[in-house]
Design a protein. Structure first.
Length: 61
């Protein structure tokens, strides 16, 4: 008899409140790198992006 495999995928959205609305912000250092080290700085700036839940304010990343 074959074994059953159950795959559990996490719900998308905020782990605290379950909201799917996110806002993104870039730190000042990210903007500075984007300007000074153009065009490679833009990639660094995008890597430094912080996601914030629009409902409860939980910050990711």
């Amino acid at each position: 008899m074959p074994e059953r495999v159950v795959v559990v995928q996490p719900k998308p959205g905020c782990p605290v409140c379950g909201n799917n609305g996110w806002t993104g912000t870039y730190p000042c250092l990210g903007w500075l790198l984007a300007i000074v080290c153009f065009p490679c700085g833009i990639i660094l700036c995008c890597c430094m992006r912080k996601k914030k839940c629009s409902k409860c304010g939980f910050t990711v990343g």
